[in-house]
Design a protein around this ligand. Structure first.
Ligand code: UDX
Length: 457
């Protein structure tokens, strides 16, 4: 038996757990729970996805996950099926289906409702249904009503909230090393059952269902606000001739602020932060509140993406007929996920303004057919008037500036994610613009007011 499984902390009570939905959250939770000692059955409705999983392939890119799942399947702790009847013997079923955003900002909960209905109608004994997907407060109450309507009369289905906080590309690590496990339940018995799925030493917060649901929104909204704040500070630094890297480092060194999520860039993306921000705003609006900070973070994020375009135009002028090479399509390094990636917006705007776009990404596929995608960054930049680095992939920090310069037609490099050695690039004749570097200037207009106030004593 491989040590990966044996080295894990043990769950308090080995349990048969059903997991509905084989996406990021479902696969990671299933593998994590099986590694903790539970017996896990994953129910996936999509036949293509299921066939892939049965072949031992994963529909997502996630370090270590395929190997662990393979090992757990061979150990008889984890299997995949399309049959909802598999929940029959389980005492706990996790719902890990998608909650994509609707156009009004609220999440689309139809997959969740349909999964809950299916699970409840196949329950053969009392069951706890756990909502892992991110949902607006009140959803668990609603799902419980749906379950009551679908389950046999002699069966009690209780619904609880246990939001997942994992980050893509670090999902397994996050699952196994949680800052906190949040459990929201209406009854102590149900809360305890879920808490006991996890090792006793893990920090658990037991609360009511609506609070648990809101914790996920509040956490992701705060992260989004923090990034947008960093982007505003970075812009201010550029205008003041200050160094945003130092300013944000100095700010984050205060433990009340903290150093994480203060890196400026082309704005946040991915499947969660933007969606949860919209979800939070919609929740607040429904009860008559304005959600002013979340709204500001949302608007700053759109502006952060636009700044990349403005910087491009600042260095190469009108984009009509220009060739721009985009380095990085995924919303962050280590994933092939392009959902809500800043690169999508930047490409859409510059294409609309007449630029020809080539692109490269270590993992992500082309955004659409209108752009040419290359595996090799040097192929992508060949003949380009400008290069924009939009994902902080280690592959891009290792680029040889001499070779880049010789492949390009122009000299403009926009490093929106701060991965390259600016001095080395500039020494090769490249003109680098970042998101965080001001142009120090002894008589910048910014000093006029302080000077006047100093002299007018
Ligand atoms: C996020 C949350 O971190 C996680 O807890 C939640 O469960 C799901 O949403 P994820 O979407 O995987 O995880 O990515 P994350 O690493 O949080 O990054 C989100 C976006 O913010 C990325 O586009 C990233 O590039 C950007 N970001 C992050 C910044 O621009 N600056 C930072 O300092 C940190």
């Amino acid at each position: 038996m491989d040590t990966w499984i044996e080295d894990r902390p043990r769950a308090q009570q080995p349990t048969l757990v059903g997991v509905v939905g084989a996406g990021y959250v479902g696969l990671t939770s299933a593998a994590g729970l099986a590694a903790l000692g539970h017996r896990v059955r994953v129910i996936e409705a999509d036949p293509d996805r299921l066939a892939m999983l049965e072949r031992g392939e994963l529909p997502i890119v996630e370090p270590g996950l395929a190997e662990l799942i393979d090992e757990l399947r061979r150990a008889g702790r984890l299997d995949f099926t399309s049959a909802m009847s598999a929940v029959g013997g389980a005492s706990v079923v996790l719902l890990c289906v998608g909650t994509p955003p609707r156009s009004d900002g609220d999440p689309d909960l139809r997959q969740l409702a349909s999964a809950a209905r299916d699970v409840a109608s196949h329950a053969t004994a009392d069951l706890v249904v756990v909502v892992k997907s991110t949902v607006p407060p009140g959803t668990c109450d609603a799902i419980e009503l749906i379950c009551h309507g679908s389950a046999r009369e002699d069966i009690a289905v209780r619904v609880a909230s246990n939001p997942e906080f994992l980050r893509e590309s670090r999902a397994l690590w996050d699952f196994m090393h949680p800052d906190r496990v949040v459990v929201g339940a209406a009854e102590r018995r149900v809360a305890t059952l879920i808490r006991d799925l996890y090792p006793a030493e893990w920090p658990v917060l037991l609360t009511d269902r609506r609070s648990a649901e809101l914790i996920k929104y509040a956490a992701n909204t705060f992260l989004a606000i923090k990034i947008s704040y960093a982007n505003e500070i970075a812009a201010l630094c550029e205008h003041l001739g200050a160094d945003a890297g130092d300013v944000l480092e100095g700010t984050g060194l205060d433990p009340r602020v903290g150093p994480q999520f203060l890196k400026p860039g082309p704005g946040f993306g991915g499947s969660c932060l933007g969606k949860d921000l919209s979800g939070m705003i919609a929740v607040a609006n429904r009860v008559g509140l304005e959600a002013q900070l979340p709204r500001a973070a949302q608007s700053v994020n759109g502006w952060a993406r636009m700044r990349v375009v403005e910087k491009l135009e600042g260095v190469i002028g009108d984009l009509e007929g220009k060739h721009v090479a985009i380095l990085g399509l995924a919303f962050k390094p280590g994933t092939d996920d392009i959902r809500d990636s800043p690169a999508l917006d930047v490409i859409a705007i510059i294409t609309e303004r007449g630029a020809r776009v080539t692109a490269t990404d270590p993992l992500a596929a082309a955004v659409d057919a209108s752009i040419e995608r290359f595996d090799d960054p040097y192929d992508a930049v060949r003949g380009a008037d400008a290069v924009a680095i939009l994902t902080a992939c280690p592959e891009f920090s290792g680029l040889d500036p001499h070779r880049l310069r010789s492949e390009m037609h122009g000299t403009a490099v926009i490093d929106a994610v701060g991965v390259i050695d600016v001095d080395a690039f500039e020494a090769c004749g490249l003109d680098v613009a970042g998101i965080d570097r001001g142009t120090p200037c002894a008589f910048h207009p910014v000093i006029l007011s302080p000077l006047r106030w100093t002299l007018s004593g």
